[in-house]
Design a protein around this ligand. Structure first.
Ligand SMILES: Nc1ncnc2c1ncn2[C@@H]1O[C@H](COP(=O)(O)OP(=O)(O)OP(=O)(O)O)[C@@H](O)[C@H]1O
Length: 242
């Protein structure tokens, strides 16, 4: 579904992504992990066409994205921090987004209702808490039922109930054959949800494996233990080599 070949992006002399190769398939819930500054957002922005790589290519459903900008209509994006006009109400923001795609007449408003946004739709965006803004961002990402969801720290600021609502929604969409790419620093939020892990370090791909493979390799079941185990062993190898 998404194929990334030798993707390289520098900001000045600094290389943020260094020859990344990845294949992501439909029905997968892929967690994109790595320390601060490892290149996760740059990779996401490259897929969204918001960052132009200097080398390499990204293909979605067999089409090179640089030649087919319309591919973006098939991606639901939830940014780390959603920015909306302060004086608009929740309802007005949702209407504005729907208006952008007049040709679409059916919407997925499950999250709008499950999050209870329908009950506070007359509230202005500037009056909303951080978590409620996150809920609006999630609703917008899922509104047009795209085939691909890219969710950047989606659970940050959500209360435990909303967190579960969103996780259920992600699992449902994966079961329907959608591809979900998620970044999060809260690994416990990804437990039970993720089918594959991509781990970036200093702009390079450290590993890309299924949860099953990682559990077998480390003997651990929880994501934070799996990652800790791999990083500990990677450190040991480095110490042995140097
Ligand atoms: N527009 C830019 N100009 C210069 N450097 C940038 C730019 N965008 C990103 N970088 C640098 O590229 C590196 C990767 O940044 P990126 O935002 O992709 O990391 P990240 O893995 O998403 O980090 P975090 O976990 O903190 O969100 C960082 O060192 C960052 O400072």
């Amino acid at each position: 579904m998404i194929r990334i070949d030798k993707l390289t992006k520098s900001f000045g002399k600094f290389r943020a992504l260094d020859g990344i190769d990845l294949i992501l398939e439909k029905g997968q819930a892929v967690s994109l992990l790595g320390p601060n500054g490892s290149g996760k957002t740059t990779l996401i922005k490259s897929i969204l066409g918001l960052v132009i790589p200097e080398k390499g290519s990204i293909t979605i459903n067999g089409q090179l994205i640089r030649n087919h900008p319309s591919y973006r209509a098939n991606i639901g994006y939830m940014p780390q921090i959603g920015r909306y006009p302060d004086n608009m109400t929740i309802e007005q923001v949702i209407h504005m987004i729907k208006d952008i795609r007049k040709e679409q007449t059916e919407y997925d408003e499950e999250l709008y209702v499950s999050f209870g946004l329908d009950k506070i739709k007359h509230k202005k965006m500037r009056t909303l808490s951080g978590g409620t803004r996150q809920k609006v961002s999630a609703c917008i990402a899922f509104l047009f039922s795209p085939d691909i969801y890219i969710l950047d720290e989606p659970t940050a600021g959500l209360d435990p109930v909303a967190n579960e609502v969103l996780k259920d929604k992600i699992a449902t969409e994966c079961a329907r054959g959608k591809l979900v790419l998620i970044t999060s620093h809260v690994l416990s939020d990804l437990d039970g949800l993720t089918s594959h892990i991509i781990y970036l370090q200093d702009g390079q791909l450290m590993f890309h494996e299924s949860i099953g493979q990682l559990q077998e390799r480390t003997g651990e079941t929880k994501l934070n233990k799996i990652i800790a185990n791999i990083l500990k062993n990677a450190d040991r190898k480095q110490i042995c080599i140097s």
